[in-house]
Design a protein around this ligand. Structure first.
Ligand SMILES: [Zn+2]
Length: 1016
């Protein structure tokens, strides 16, 4: 069998045969993300308690020292610690320090003087609903109470007058409440059917009472003890992890032990290793693949297999070796690689023919375009009901309409030392006073307001509201940015050169101290054009090697924040027509260009390789966009200054990397890198340099085939142990994925959708929109709360997990909360595309909507109940000669029929392609599409017995009544799994083995998205 190599792989120009191959830069990213071997995504808050009550986790949920007598004192063991005297002093945590957790671990050091006692911590709503621990003469005791029903551990004696490491773990999946003293398990309550959400309630943060050293019961004495390093984790830590926290604290070192993979949280014992297909398969044929010198071949991910007795069966997934460089293809010739079919002993071979490229390559052209947001309006379904798209849109539109722009401008005015308007409140969460990412939400907000303005053509009052907000935001940011680098008073000092920004007044160096009263506000020294939610120091510190962290010598991700702001400005200009916004963006773009151009290339390679600190979102994208909008070539050059050289090109010599189809993303932080890829594609759009295109195309193939979960999202690894990282190796979701702390960061999926769209503009291949549909229905629609604009960060897919929604009131934003503002104000943006020459209409998605195609002076209406029906009706209101191409989804393998004006049209519809209906259209021509849906399984790449169940594009989730410690098992008919499933396609409610299934995007309770499937 010959597998054709995609044309684009053959486009690359020639490469020197003697190019040296350097060691692949594919190891996991280093950095501060692991504290005692536990990924930072698991850490909700950390109070070191050496000199203040600040939260040193990234969430910056600072505590307040309350009551009398609490003080920081010298200590023989830990140098400085917090002393609580038992006379009322205690710590109160902000109510939103804990939200949406399932499990919880509280860890800390406690020194109890002889005869002392008191509450160690108490988290809850009141005396009858809380989780707490008490130290007394009887020992340490932990308890959980729900409406007065108490379950507690037996008290465990411990020594007074010495430091003890105390840990309390609430593990709802195992139904255990466990206490540890100095690393040893000392107490346990079983059958604890309680999770943290029940303890804290669904109410807002203000109603949550989170104390350290104090009880919910005000009449109880407060704690008399010394405290140090109190940490709160949103996962149930295991004994190995608890031991490593203690050991590292005592040794004063960060040991690398325990840094490896924690065991799976969910038991895998019952799941066989053999594929359910193994006994039915007779052979998987060998393949031949061509590539060009220097570029790794694109080997087929699935191959039509030969089944015994001429039976029919699905294509099988093949896992091929994935080299970390391109050594194998440096010379023309032929070589063989051996793959494996998971769960079988089959080992198909691929013969790879390496050729010298012929002729010069032609860069792909951008032949398709999106319609403006204002051209497409979401409509109700055929029964007049709001669709999920309309419901989610309206939750956000309503919320945004009520926001105060002054809240989103607070940090900017604060940075520039300007007064706040009366009543202006700061944002919370990642935009609070000390958070080094502050301003990121403002960037998302700018984009969202611009999109909301462009999208609400159906409601003039809303449109006026958003226009007013946008103009006010841009005017204010414009005024602030005009101050940068200019004297505050006439004749006063100033520094206009961005490369000459001095340290803050009275300081010898740069720092990231943003505390009220300490933040520098000398904007006249910041260089012309500067605008951000904080002073320029973090940008300069990044250049000088600063790493990610919460000390004043550390930074978060300055260019990430800046990307959001610049994208917001450019959206205000490009989507909503605000000219001043372009001026602000141009000024700050020039500032960034000046600084980055002055650096040696080595410094930039180091910066962009740095975990989180060097995360720059899509800075390369906005810079290339700025070039496109202004024609100023400095900005295109600046886009390239953001090249993540190791990722894109393998190394400084550009020997391999994604540009040559080498997987350089393994183990990396997913959302740090996905927008860089979209940026590479935008850089290609401006420069026509083909390697930038190949980076995007190769990345898409690798990520879609080797790292993706069934909802269309990525990331969430046990190895490396981080809910936001790709697995350490491709095709190992089962071995290395399913992180205990969650998977599928929602903004990563938003960015993957953006990449789908942008690749489609160059290559009108259905696979891009197939993924778009998968992730739109099963992640983006699934990421919003039922009744309000609350939305998800990670979307956990472990059995019995539950989505957690945050920020319903738009007051405190994580990255994903910010991104959700963008996602839900442009839900209509990919239903239709057009060819750049306006001769073709692409119908990508089946969503009720009206398209106003102004260039053709016609309207296209789509009426459908999809996916609650398998039909869609499209009416052309207007006339003309043009092609209509409809997507025949990859799942539409049971036929696809077309009627035009009631008459059957004979078509050859191939799943995973566009079907051309080109003709001369006349007013009210009506197209009726029918695409029967069926049930099918999407197995985990490296564990064929564990799979997700789909009906058409819709992922079905098993409804669960509680957390699980094993994988939900179902048995299905081997020849036709649909025979084992009952239910109603009109509601998408189904049942298998007595278990209820519904669309994951309608699931708000506990779910199982992956199932242990047995075929019978
Ligand atoms: Zn995020």
């Amino acid at each position: 069998m010959i597998t054709r190599v995609p044309v684009s792989l053959l486009l690359t120009g020639s490469i020197s045969l003697v190019a040296l191959v350097h060691a692949g830069q594919t190891s996991q990213q280093g950095g501060d993300q692991f504290l005692d071997g536990i990924g930072e995504t698991a850490l909700a808050a950390r109070y070191v308690l050496a000199e203040n009550a600040e939260d040193s986790s990234r969430n910056q949920g600072h505590a307040t020292l309350r009551g009398n007598g609490g003080t920081f004192v010298d200590d023989a063991q830990f140098r400085r610690v917090l002393l609580l005297t038992g006379e009322g002093s205690h710590l109160q945590l902000p109510g939103d320090a804990l939200a949406g957790e399932d499990a919880l671990t509280v860890s800390g050091w406690l020194f109890l003087p002889t005869g002392a006692s008191g509450p160690v911590f108490d988290f809850g709503q009141n005396v009858s609903t809380r989780l707490f621990a008490v130290a007394s003469a009887a020992g340490l005791r932990a308890a959980v109470a729900i409406q007065g029903k108490v379950q507690e551990t037996e008290p465990a004696k411990f020594l007074e007058n010495q430091w003890i490491h105390v840990v309390v773990v609430l593990d709802p999946a195992a139904r255990l409440l466990t206490t540890y003293l100095d690393g040893a398990k000392v107490g346990q309550a079983a059958n604890v059917a309680v999770n943290v959400a029940q303890i804290l309630g669904q109410s807002s943060g203000a109603a949550r009472r989170l104390f350290i050293g104090r009880s919910q019961n005000e009449s109880e004495p407060t704690l008399h003890a010394r405290l140090r390093d109190v940490r709160i984790y949103r996962i149930a830590l295991n004994e190995v992890q608890i031991a490593s926290i203690r050991r590292n604290a005592l040794s004063g070192r960060q040991s690398t032990r325990g840094r490896g993979m924690p065991p799976p949280e969910i038991s895998t014992a019952a799941i066989p290793k053999d594929s359910p297909l193994a006994s039915r398969l007779s052979n998987v044929p060998d393949v031949r693949v061509e590539t060009i010198v220097g570029t790794l071949p694109r080997l087929p991910y699935s191959i039509p297999a030969v089944y015994r007795d001429n039976a029919k069966g699905p294509d099988v997934r093949v896992i091929w070796p994935s080299p970390t460089d391109n050594t194998e293809v440096l010379k023309p010739g032929t070589y063989t690689v051996t793959g494996r079919v998971p769960g079988t002993s089959l080992a198909p071979k691929a013969t790879v023919i390496v050729k010298v490229p012929v002729g010069t390559a032609t860069p792909p052209s951008r032949l398709a375009e999106a319609f403006p947001l204002s051209a497409v309006v979401l409509e109700r379904d055929t029964n007049g009901r709001d669709t999920a798209f309309i419901r989610n849109r309206d939750k956000f539109i309503r919320g945004l309409a009520e926001t105060s722009p002054d809240r989103f401008l607070y940090n900017f005015r604060d940075a520039f030392g300007q007064p706040q308007p009366a009543g202006a409140l700061p944002l919370e969460g990642w935009d609070n006073q000390t958070t080094r990412l502050r301003g990121h939400a403002t960037g998302h907000y700018l984009s969202a307001i611009a999109q909301a303005y462009a999208s609400t053509t159906y409601d003039e009052a809303l449109r006026a509201n958003f226009l007013e907000k946008m103009n006010y935001l841009i005017d204010t940011l414009h005024d602030l940015s005009q101050k940068s680098g200019k004297p505050a008073k006439e004749g006063g000092p100033s520094v206009a050169d961005p490369t000459a920004v001095p340290p803050g007044p009275g300081r010898t160096g740069y720092d990231s101290n943003l505390r009220a009263g300490a933040i520098r506000t000398d904007y006249w020294n910041w260089g012309a054009g500067f605008i951000s939610g904080y002073p320029p120091d973090q940008f300069i510190m990044l250049e000088k090697g600063a790493t990610y962290g919460t000390q004043d010598t550390q930074i978060w991700a300055p260019y990430y924040t800046l990307h959001k702001i610049l994208a917001g400005l450019l959206d205000s200009y490009e989507v909503a027509g605000n000219k001043k916004a372009l001026e602000v963006a141009t000024g700050m773009g020039a500032w960034a260009y000046a600084r980055l151009k002055a650096l040696p290339p080595k410094a930039r390679v180091s910066m962009w390789s740095r975990y989180i600190a060097g995360e720059y979102g899509g800075m390369n994208e906005v810079m290339a966009r700025l070039f496109r909008l202004t024609g100023d070539r400095r900005f295109l050059e600046c886009a390239k200054l953001f090249d993540n050289t190791n990722l894109f090109f393998g190394n400084a010599s550009h020997d391999h990397g994604l540009a040559k189809n080498v997987d350089t993303i393994r183990g990396k932080h997913a959302n740090q890198h996905i927008p860089q890829i979209t940026g590479a594609l935008e850089t290609f759009r401006g420069s026509k340099e083909i390697p930038y295109y190949l980076i995007a195309e190769n990345f898409w193939e690798i990520v879609n085939n080797s790292y993706m979960y069934s909802i269309g999202g990525v990331a969430g690894a046990r190895n490396p142990n981080n809910a936001e990282c790709f697995t350490a190796q491709p095709d190992t979701l089962w071995e290395n994925g399913f992180a205990n702390g969650g998977q599928n960061e929602t903004c990563a999926t938003y960015n993957l959708l953006k990449l789908d769209r942008q690749l489609f503009m160059f290559d009108q291949t259905a696979k891009y929109m197939d993924h778009y549909e998968q992730a739109l229905y099963n992640h983006i629609l699934a990421s919003v709360a039922e009744e309000n604009a609350g939305n998800t960060y990670h979307v956990p897919l472990n059995p019995g997990a539950q989505k957690r929604f945050g920020n319903a009131d738009m007051s405190g934003f994580t990255c994903c909360n910010g991104t959700a503002l963008e996602s839900n104000t442009k839900l209509q943006d990919s239903i239709y595309f057009k060819s750049a020459d306006n001769r073709t209409l692409y119908v990508n998605l089946f969503v009720p909507s009206t398209l106003n195609w102004s260039e053709r002076k016609l309207v296209v209406q789509q009426m459908t109940d999809f996916p609650y029906a398998d039909t869609s009706r499209i009416v052309v209101k207007g006339s003309g000669d043009f092609d209509i191409k409809v997507r025949v989804a990859r799942w539409a393998t049971r036929g696809f029929t077309v009627k035009i004006n009631g008459r059957d049209r004979s078509v050859k519809a191939v799943p995973g392609t566009y079907l051309s209906l080109g003709k001369s259209w006349r007013a009210n021509d009506t197209i009726e599409l029918r695409m029967p849906m069926h049930f099918y399984l999407e197995p985990v790449v490296d564990q064929p017995n564990v799979a997700s169940l789909f009906y058409g594009p819709i992922l079905l989730a098993a409804e669960e009544s509680g957390p699980r410690t094993d994988w939900r098992q179902i048995t299905l008919d081997a020849n036709d799994i649909g025979k084992s499933i009952t239910g109603d396609p009109a509601t998408l409610r189904f049942s298998v083995d007595g278990v209820a299934f519904k669309p994951f995007n309608e699931s708000y309770g506990r779910h199982s998205v992956y199932l242990h499937v047995t075929l019978r």
